[in-house]
Design a protein around this ligand. Structure first.
Ligand code: ZN
Ligand code: ZN
Length: 429
């Protein structure tokens, strides 16, 4: 069959473009099943049905078209736009991922030399930029699951490829989150597995630096993940409570202000250990971090995170105080100053947060005192609130002590009275 020509559409093909706009997946499926619709047909502007579906944000339709063999890298558009570019412009991260999974080439440029990530950034679709910049195909990782050259066994056991790929693809680089991703996969919580994974990450880092168009950002990400995996390995070797101890170390705040010192030093160390000194990104990161005293802003995490994901932290979303997940909507009911993504994250953080929670409550109360209107109106009420909060706090601290006395086993307490060790409850926003 001849290659589709621009604007040379059958009636059914014109019909399917309308159906895509309307989002009727069933009718689209029927049309695609007929002989009269070519899945890669082109309208007057050189847009394929897949481009239309991506631009209009129709995920189900995109999936259907890909199943019917839509060419994700078709490049007949009059300005050289690809389906990935349209997905990025639409702001839909799920569709952007789908295009990448289907083999979309991220470094393809349009007629004015812009990549999909640059176009998405231009229209403010930063979540899509993050998805594109952090994409690394499972295929490329699976390369290491087969022996090459003189190797007698593959560098990466095939069972580890999936779980490791999930970690590589995370756009949340909080070290606690990465340790959680390791923990949720029993195959990874194993010294031999971690050793192999971090070696493969080092190889991927090297590959990103040495490839023709060097990708420093991805190289830094691969290196950083390798560092976290090595840290997990070190804790598995030395500590009885294994990865839980690592999570605690990463969350523990220093006495003076609760700042997670260990985490800051760990991330600074990771950056410093990046093996390619000549990389501009490394020099930029070091320049931003070196003059900052530990505990001040910007933190090493925020600098690293912005460099890798292109996202500024703390702009428009609440982040989980434990794992850094975006969109955390559960607030500590006592101080209302920190948010969490889940109850389990709040539980994990309570040992570190309880020391700061009271100070944060007092700060909050001071603010209220400074505002005379509020004070007049709310004096009695706010005293009562504070009293209740302090009482609850007491209960929590006591419960925490019981946990410590019971050998740190919160399960025992959970069956007991409601004065749980898990800290205060949530207030939903
Ligand atoms: Zn969380
Ligand atoms: Zn609190």
């Amino acid at each position: 069959m001849a290659a589709p020509q621009k604007g040379d559409l059958s009636l059914s093909e014109r019909k399917i473009l309308q159906v895509i706009a309307a989002g009727d997946v069933q009718e689209a499926a029927q049309l695609l099943a007929s002989e009269e619709v070519r899945v890669n047909c082109l309208d007057e502007f050189g847009m394929t049905p897949l481009m239309h579906a991506a631009y209009k944000g129709k995920a189900d339709m995109c999936r259907l078209l890909l199943q019917h063999g839509a060419d994700v890298n078709c490049n007949q558009h009059e300005y050289g736009y690809t389906a990935l570019m349209f997905a990025g412009l639409s702001g839909r991260t799920d569709i952007t991922s789908m295009m990448l999974d289907a083999g979309a080439e991220a470094d393809h440029v349009n007629s004015v030399g812009r990549t999909a990530a640059q176009m998405a950034a231009f229209v403010g679709q930063h979540d899509c930029v993050t998805v594109i910049n952090n994409f690394f195909s499972l295929e490329k990782l699976e390369y290491y699951t087969k022996p090459h050259g003189l190797e007698r066994e593959p560098r990466l056991p095939p069972t580890l490829a999936g779980p490791l790929h999930k970690i590589i693809m995370t756009s949340n680089l909080n070290p606690v989150k990465i340790v959680m991703l390791v923990k949720e996969n029993p195959v990874l919580v194993n010294m031999a597995a971690l050793e192999k994974c971090h070696q493969v990450m080092d190889l991927l880092c090297e590959q990103c630096v040495k490839q023709q168009d060097m990708n420093e950002v991805l190289a830094m990400k691969m290196h950083y993940i390798s560092c976290v995996l090595q840290k997990c390995l070190a804790f598995l070797q030395k500590r009885d409570d294994k990865l839980d101890a690592l999570v605690k170390s990463l969350l523990k705040g220093r006495d003076s202000d609760g700042f997670p010192q260990y985490q800051e030093k760990f991330i600074r160390d990771c950056i410093r250990k990046f093996p390619y000194c000549e990389a501009t990104l490394l020099q930029e990161l070091v320049r931003s971090i070196a003059p900052v005293e530990i505990g001040n802003d910007p933190t090493a995490f925020s600098v690293l995170n912005q460099a890798i994901t292109g996202q500024m932290a703390f702009v428009d979303a609440n982040y989980c105080a434990t794992c850094g997940e975006k969109g955390a909507d559960k607030r500590c009911s006592l101080c209302k100053a920190v948010t969490y993504c889940s109850l389990s994250c709040q539980k994990l953080h309570w040992f570190a947060h309880k020391k700061m929670c009271r100070c944060l409550q007092e700060q909050d109360a001071d603010l209220e005192k400074d505002s005379p209107k509020l004070k007049d109106l709310k004096e009695d009420e706010s005293d009562l609130v504070m009293e209740t909060a302090n009482f609850l706090q007491e209960l929590c601290l006591r419960a925490e002590e019981q946990v410590a006395a019971a050998g740190g086993c919160p399960a025992e307490l959970r069956a007991g009275p409601p004065t749980s060790a898990e800290g205060p409850s949530f207030t939903q926003d």
